[in-house]
Design a protein around this ligand. Structure first.
Ligand code: ATP
Ligand code: MG
Ligand code: MG
Length: 347
């Protein structure tokens, strides 16, 4: 037992808190919002800004170990609680800057799409020359669910893209004509031991994950071993403790790293019902120094569908379906693009 601190109070924090309870832990959530959905299922809640060092120190003093469910946190203020933080600040600092991340992935032996840092509009023409068209511009920081991205199909799109995203440091990435997308969700224990979940095939719509499914199909399955080698090397190079997710593009010539998330991940939600140990329980085990659990799947076929925005109106039908395992995050008003819940089917 003991107390686990979670920085960030969104649905990932909520599901982490729910998984900590059967392992005997109390949870203390830290978030700047007044009533984040994770606070509803936690024993304690501190409402303070992420850069409030004094509040972070008081919070950490009540916890045996502190983790985060959100990677866009200012790293500097975490220095004084770094001793209790798992995963550590290296995972956070790398994952929150797309350029630092890609350079790190390359150094660790992973293969990202070809990319170039963009610091001004003049760099975009140079990127087109170097990477070709089409390409995608992304904000280096703070992007999620496809926000902060613009596609360039011709040089005529430069001005509009700069208007949309400009003023912030960007990265240009070669557009990948992938065959499929998949993710490697792994846990790395304090002893460096790794546990991998089966890789789902992931489908995105408007930059937001729509569905994750198993089996992922022969093409993806044929690339999982190589992808695991890359993901495991990245986790080890970060000194990561906890769950780490690496998103991949399955291409005709092998897997390319899209991005990493130093945390539990939407494409791992299927593990709540679909694996012997959920990704949330696994993360708690890893950061608490417990042995990692089995990642064995519990069904041959698993489908996880997100409930995005008004999808949540399907709720009465989903709770009435005996084959469905529906989850609501308790987030209040449905807005377009907002992740309200998900539903998992095992077959
Ligand atoms: P999240 O962190 O919520 O997964 P994000 O905002 O960081 O999302 P990305 O993962 O970078 O966004 O991109 C979202 C989706 O857009 C990808 O899953 C993929 O479908 C598409 N995409 C992103 N980059 C590329 C690329 N270089 N080539 C082709 N498609 C891409
Ligand atoms: Mg991302
Ligand atoms: Mg992504």
């Amino acid at each position: 037992g003991g107390t686990i601190g979670i920085i960030g109070g969104g649905q990932l924090g909520r599901m982490l808190a729910l998984a900590a309870a059967p392992l005997g832990y109390r949870v203390h959530v830290f978030d700047p919002h007044e009533r984040p959905c994770a606070a509803d299922v936690a024993a304690d809640f501190t409402c303070a800004a992420f850069d409030d060092v004094a509040a972070l120190e008081r919070f950490a003093a009540t916890c045996d170990v502190v983790t985060y469910e959100f990677e866009n946190l200012p790293v500097g203020p975490l220095a004084t609680i770094a001793g209790k933080l798992r995963p550590g600040t290296a995972s956070l600092a790398i994952a929150q800057d797309r350029c630092a991340e890609k350079a790190f992935v390359e150094k660790a032996g992973g293969r990202p799409a070809r990319w170039k840092a963009i610091d001004g509009p003049g760099d975009i023409a140079a990127a087109i020359e170097e990477l070709g068209l089409p390409l995608v511009l992304k904000t280096r920081r703070d992007g999620y669910d496809g926000k902060g991205q613009a596609w360039l199909r011709s040089a005529d799109d430069i001005a509009a893209a700069w208007d949309q995203l400009g003023g912030r440091p960007l990265v240009a990435e070669q557009a990948i004509a992938f065959e499929a997308e998949f993710s490697v969700v792994l846990a790395r224990g304090a002893d460096g031991g790794l546990a991998f979940y089966d890789s789902t095939r992931n489908t995105h719509e408007d930059g937001i994950l729509r569905r994750s499914e198993l089996p992922a199909g022969a093409l993806v399955e044929g690339q999982v071993e190589q992808a695991r080698r890359q993901a495991g090397a990245i986790a080890a190079a970060l000194g990561h403790i906890g769950v780490l997710t690496v998103e991949f593009f399955a291409c005709s010539d092998g897997p390319l790293v899209n991005e990493i998330a130093p945390r539990v991940h939407n494409s791992g939600h299927w593990t709540i019902e679909g694996a012997a140990t959920s990704q949330f329980a696994q993360h708690i085990r890893a950061i608490a120094g417990l042995p990692l659990g089995s990642t064995a799947p519990r069904a041959r076929q698993v489908v996880m569908d997100n409930l995005i925005g008004h999808d949540v109106e399907r709720w009465p039908e989903l709770v009435a379906d005996p084959d469905a395992s529906p989850h609501l995050y308790g987030k209040g008003a449905a807005r377009p693009g907002r992740k309200m819940g998900h539903v998992t089917y095992l077959r």
